[in-house]
Design a binder for this molecule. Sequence first.
Ligand SMILES: Cc1cc2nc3c(=O)[nH]c(=O)nc-3n(C[C@H](O)[C@H](O)[C@H](O)COP(=O)(O)OP(=O)(O)OC[C@H]3O[C@@H](n4cnc5c(N)ncnc54)[C@H](O)[C@@H]3O)c2cc1C
Ligand SMILES: NC(=O)c1ccc[n+]([C@@H]2O[C@H](COP(=O)([O-])OP(=O)(O)OC[C@H]3O[C@@H](n4cnc5c(N)ncnc54)[C@H](OP(=O)(O)O)[C@@H]3O)[C@@H](O)[C@H]2O)c1
Length: 456
Amino acid sequence: MSKIQDAVVDMYEQLPVPYGLVRFGVAPDHPEVKNCQDKFEEVAESARFNYIGNIKVGYDVELAQMKPHYDAILFSYGASEDRKLGIPGEHRPGVFSAREFVGWYNGLPEFQDLAPDLEAGDQAVVIGQGNVALDIARILLTPVEILRRTDITEQAIQALSRSKVKSVKVVGRRGPLQAAFTVKEARELMHIPNVAFESIDPSFYPPDIKKLPRVQKRIAEVLLKGSNDALENSQRSWGLSFLKAPKSLNASTSSEQLSSITFAHQAFASDADPFSRSAAVVPIEETSTIPASLAFRSVGYKSTALPGLSELGIPFDTKLGIIANDPYGRVMSPAEGPGDLTAGHVPGIYCAGWVKRGPTGVIASTMEDAFTSADVIAQDWESGVPFLNSPKNENSTSGLGWDGLKHEVIKKGARPISWADWKRIDQKEKGRGQKVGKEREKFSSVEEMLKAGVVG
Ligand SMILES: Cc1cc2nc3c(=O)[nH]c(=O)nc-3n(C[C@H](O)[C@H](O)[C@H](O)COP(=O)(O)OP(=O)(O)OC[C@H]3O[C@@H](n4cnc5c(N)ncnc54)[C@H](O)[C@@H]3O)c2cc1C
Ligand SMILES: NC(=O)c1ccc[n+]([C@@H]2O[C@H](COP(=O)([O-])OP(=O)(O)OC[C@H]3O[C@@H](n4cnc5c(N)ncnc54)[C@H](OP(=O)(O)O)[C@@H]3O)[C@@H](O)[C@H]2O)c1
């Protein structure tokens, strides 16, 4: 908006409330991370920005319906699915995806009926070793008195206060030098009161860890030093287990409920440097089975195609789970004819965020990436390349944006939420939170959100 004079931006959001994973992904005990909302607020205050909440693009409003009313459309709808393991038992009771569990404790309406049974046993296993895996381990192990002061849902607090989980194992298919988590998150787990760390085998590291690249060296120091509390004096513990790929999620003979997990052991490939970040592993004969009453699949999120993309000539790469784009966010389509040389920009179509880059990256890097996409739109506009309204596309734009659509969309039964409506929801959540000594008590159903958005 600052780079194109008079540009108006309509932002569609499927939920009544904004902020995506910042609200529904970022762990509740990391409130400082949510400061990026301030930047958002600043933009939203502009008279040239419209927030259109509670409208799901591709469902409540079709892309083909939108196209005549805009010069450009930027897709930034994140990753609303997760990667599957493709192993037996993945759907049995007691097995959850990280996305479901994180959404549950953060108040995402879709997962409020998840009802994870935290009383079923004392060992939980997290499969995958990224930062989301460590978030889950931390939420399961942190004393409820600490979590209670955050914006975690009351429902999650109730369940966590009854939890019988005493040990959390975070299992990776490669080694500690290949794990995806970062040092800050590992260190935090080491400092949870009354939680011990099960020490790791130092042979995973070279004799002199000082020679490791800085990032790996710092993680190695934290893991080798371990926790403040010793195992024998602690009520709870966590551990990292390496070179184990999940093979099956098993139930006991008497019920369908998860009772154990079998792992196929891995070894570094013969031509791999085991101290390299990218070292590959291969399966070996050995397997092992560990008891588990809860398992969390934390192996990454996944973006999917929105209905109507292909009608607009927008290619979705199902393998990478992204909208095909040049590195700057221009959506690229292989034009007629063979080979990449004929690939061209789909006029007026751009992308940003996880649907552009894949489901990795922290908020800072995602924002940087989005700024690049925005700069590219401004550059293209300045340089006069075709947009959606180009006569070359045999198409013209009404220029009305949401104003040209809302009548029809509302007539179909949708109930859009404005920024002012959201601010009312926000105030009410903060008010509810204040009563119980927390930043906010989120509304966790769409109905409650809509009700709170009404004036009065
Ligand atoms: C569990 C978890 C914890 C994280 N914690 C941190 C952290 O502590 N620090 C950090 O820096 N990064 C963290 N990240 C990473 C960070 O959240 C992401 O980098 C960032 O949110 C990605 O932004 P995005 O806009 O691509 O996707 P999202 O944040 O997911 O935003 C996409 C938005 O699109 C909406 N949407 C989807 N489909 C439609 C549709 N059809 N119509 C309309 N709207 C739609 C969604 O509701 C959502 O609001 C975390 C990620 C996860 C998964
Ligand atoms: N506090 C924070 O800053 C914070 C918190 C949460 C999330 N985030 C960010 O959000 C992004 C997403 O995090 P994420 O944890 O979902 O993803 P991630 O960082 O990509 O980690 C995924 C993990 O799953 C493993 N994995 C993938 N497929 C597997 C399979 N089939 N079997 C076993 N293991 C498998 C990966 O191992 P391989 O390496 O072997 O593939 C990796 O350990 C990351 O960029 C992360 O840093 C940041």
